[in-house]
Design a protein around this ligand. Structure first.
Ligand code: NAD
Length: 264
């Protein structure tokens, strides 16, 4: 899929690795200048070097999405460098820190940190970026939620709560910003293969673990997503062609959330 993102300037949080890296590559390949804001500067710089080698214009900025004192200067730097900001992808996220445990065993510090990055981070970065999008007289915001924000999962209460928050925050932002030409949508990925999730899916023998097989049995497509399959949906939502889509939540989950069970 090719779209025209010439003259667009994008900020992708958590763009160093995983889904954010795939999004950054695709936006750059379609003509956008891409700033990756990530807590892991070394990896962000490696990713940016790869984007530049492929002919893209890119910038790595170190920052934690939960810290407004870091996000405001990050946005200023992008505008200084390229004159504007027109696309924001709130992708950075974390999941289980202290293992998968029920709510009465969930450590308070883990709960707080997951909410701080996955939900408050979307607010913090948006608050820093929206003034630049308003000065641009329009733009696009895509928030990365999760299927876990639509249907609850056990043993990940903080992630589930944060990602459900992102869904309604997206709709609320769409209501507030639509009249300014800023369209706000969410993508809810299903299980997606990244370096981190590969370990959950595949055992040492290279075949799906029992857990993964049981999860995949509930997904009509019977496989996890590739990172680029999530990135394509983001590319569509920021494309000129998605000009009437605002406040939508696009599930990219192989049918996971289409229904509870397929047989009766
Ligand atoms: N992989 C999946 O199966 C899956 C499924 C549903 C939703 N998601 C969501 O997609 C997004 C990307 O996930 P991923 O699997 O690619 O993760 P990942 O761990 O592979 O990459 C996350 C990136 O975010 C960065 N990051 C983490 N905390 C940060 C912070 N506080 N500030 C700035 N950067 C930070 C990391 O350094 C990393 O580069 C997340 O929001 C995640 O919740 C992932």
């Amino acid at each position: 899929m090719n779209v025209d993102l010439e003259n667009q300037v994008a900020l992708v949080t958590g763009g160093a690795k995983g889904i954010g890296k795939a999004i950054s590559k695709l936006l750059a390949a379609n003509g956008a200048r891409v700033a990756i804001v990530d807590i892991d500067l070394d990896t962000a710089e490696e990713t940016v070097a790869g984007l530049r080698e492929s002919g893209g214009e890119a910038l790595a900025i170190e920052g934690d999405v939960s810290r407004s004192g870091q996000m405001e200067p990050a946005v200023e730097r992008i505008v200084e460098e390229w004159g504007k900001l027109s696309i924001l992808v709130n992708n950075a996220g974390i999941n289980t820190l202290g293992g998968r445990v029920p709510i009465h065993e969930f450590r308070e510090e883990d709960w707080n940190r997951i909410l701080e990055v996955d939900l408050t981070g979307v607010y913090v970065v948006s608050k820093a970026a929206v003034p630049a999008l308003l000065r641009n007289r329009g733009g696009r915001i895509v928030n990365i939620s999760s299927v876990a924000g639509l249907v609850p999962l056990r043993l990940q209460s903080a992630f589930v709560a944060a990602k459900a928050g992102v869904v309604n925050l997206t709709r609320s932002m769409a209501l507030e910003l639509g009249s300014h030409g800023i369209l706000v949508n969410a993508v809810a990925p299903g299980s997606t293969l990244t370096r981190g999730t590969k370990k959950l899916f595949y055992g040492a023998d290279g075949v799906y673990t029992e857990n993964a097989a049981s999860l995949l049995a509930h997904i009509p497509l019977g496989r996890p997503a590739e990172t680029r399959e999530i990135a394509w949906s983001v590319l569509f939502l920021v494309s000129p062609e998605a000009s009437y889509i605002n406040g939508a939540v696009l599930t990219v989950d192989g049918g996971w959330t289409a229904g509870y069970t397929r047989d009766w």
